[in-house]
Design a protein around this ligand. Structure first.
Ligand SMILES: Cc1cc2nc3c(=O)[nH]c(=O)nc-3n(C[C@H](O)[C@H](O)[C@H](O)COP(=O)(O)OP(=O)(O)OC[C@H]3O[C@@H](n4cnc5c(N)ncnc54)[C@H](O)[C@@H]3O)c2cc1C
Length: 379
């Protein structure tokens, strides 16, 4: 593996970092307070080719592969983790299976407008009684003539309160368990669809909801791929999502580290900047080392995917390690900032709150360890 970004990747990263500083960073505090997702940013990003950079150009992406996708998400998460959540769900989880298995009609109707910033998607898998055990979903889709009828409830669905469509996992044949799960694209203006917004302790500039489907009619052509293959499609897309999640964890950790480094050079106690104490310098040294290791793991998994490998083990390892590094780095950042960390004006309290979610979403740390053990032949 080449450990250097190519010239094209470096140019993209530098230009995008500049965009994030100028256009996204100023939105963070306002939207965190309002608990709203700044949807308007999507069109700006799309106009400059910054949305869904990992997809081919023919669908509106930038053709920069998973490594490019990770670069963009790392840069956003460095300053705006909450906003990154809405963007990731809108450009990865809600359209990846449409890209991989959907008809051209679905690609043109949902994926292409998503990458233009004209439509925002959500991804509805989790239910009140089916989280880690995702194959146990209870939402049903029954075929009736030229449409399916959906009934059920989805929990913790990012973007749902502001989405135009939801990629919904539903059972078309309960007797077949995971092999009876199918994927559908549901327009959020469909009669019978309702969404209740959830207030959160973190990711407050992304919006999350509980969904309810009561006899929602979904046209036949909104079935993604084949009936009964939905769970396979989700599992296949999950590895890519986990790599993106790892890059996002790296981005948050970098943000928390940079703030801590700066603070340690400015804060004077006992007549000297606090970094002059080995206890603080060693903390920063360990934070930087762990970030570097997490970054290498994330980009190696992304690179493997760009070479055509499924990289299931590497994606789960990167997600497990990077999310735990983010939690640890954000925690140490709080310690380095002392009492000032605990005011809502402090930059690190948000990193601290946001990081805590990383070991839960996109498969908890425990579930990543199950996946890795299976890949090691232990299960
Ligand atoms: C803010 C937010 C946004 C989210 N966005 C989305 C979204 O857009 N779309 C979506 O579909 N979902 C979304 N989720 C759901 C998320 O993916 C789930 O919360 C996650 O998969 C865990 O499921 P759970 O919360 O039901 O926890 P549970 O599965 O109930 O787990 C509880 C605890 O038990 C442990 N555990 C469970 N089973 C095992 C086992 N076999 N071995 C060892 N330990 C185990 C878990 O690791 C965890 O520590 C979101 C969640 C949050 C909080």
């Amino acid at each position: 593996m080449d450990f250097e970004f190519s010239e094209e990747q470096k140019m993209f990263r530098d230009a995008f970092r500049d965009f994030v500083e100028k256009e996204i960073s100023p939105l963070v505090e306002e939207y965190e307070k309002k608990e709203k997702f700044p949807k308007q940013i999507l069109k700006k990003m799309a106009a400059l080719g910054y949305l869904g950079v990992d997809y081919p150009e023919e669908y509106g992406g930038a053709g920069l592969g998973k490594v490019g996708g990770c670069i963009s998400i790392e840069e956003i998460a460095r300053v705006a983790v909450g906003i990154s959540a809405g963007i990731i769900i809108g450009t990865e989880n809600s359209i990846m299976s449409i890209y991989n298995h959907g008809s051209d009609h679905l690609k043109q109707k949902y994926m292409v407008p998503s990458l233009k910033g004209e439509k925002l998607g959500a991804f509805g898998l989790t239910e009140p009684d089916a989280g880690s055990d995702a194959a146990n979903i209870q939402t049903t889709a029954v075929l009736k003539g030229d449409h399916y009828v959906l009934n059920g409830t989805k929990m913790f669905i990012t973007n749902a309160p502001v989405a135009e469509f939801v990629l919904v996992a539903a059972s078309t044949d309960k007797s077949k368990g995971p092999r009876g799960i199918s994927l559908f694209v549901l327009d959020t203006d469909t009669p019978g669809y309702t969404c209740r917004s959830l207030e959160k302790v973190c990711f407050r500039s992304s919006e999350t909801g509980e969904l309810s489907f009561e006899d929602c009619k979904v046209p036949l052509e909104n079935l993604v791929g084949e009936e009964g293959k939905g769970f396979r499609y989700i599992v296949e897309a999950l590895a890519g999502g986990r790599v993106i999640h790892a890059a996002r964890s790296v981005g948050l950790a970098v943000g928390a580290f940079e703030a801590s480094l700066k603070y340690s050079q400015e804060r004077v106690q006992f007549g000297q900047p606090i970094y002059k104490n080995q206890a603080i310098a060693f903390k920063l040294a360990r934070m930087a080392t762990n970030i570097e290791a997490a970054r290498l793991m994330a980009y190696k998994a992304a690179w493997l995917m760009d070479q055509g490998n499924d990289a299931v083990k590497e994606a789960s390892m990167a997600k497990l390690f990077a999310s735990e590094v983010a939690v640890e780095v954000a925690n140490e950042a709080m310690q380095i900032h002392g009492g000032y960390a605990f005011t809502m004006d402090s930059p690190v309290q948000r990193f601290f709150r946001d990081s805590r979610l990383f070991t839960v979403t996109e498969g908890t740390s425990e579930i990543q360890q199950l996946v890795i053990s299976r890949e090691l032949g232990l299960r």
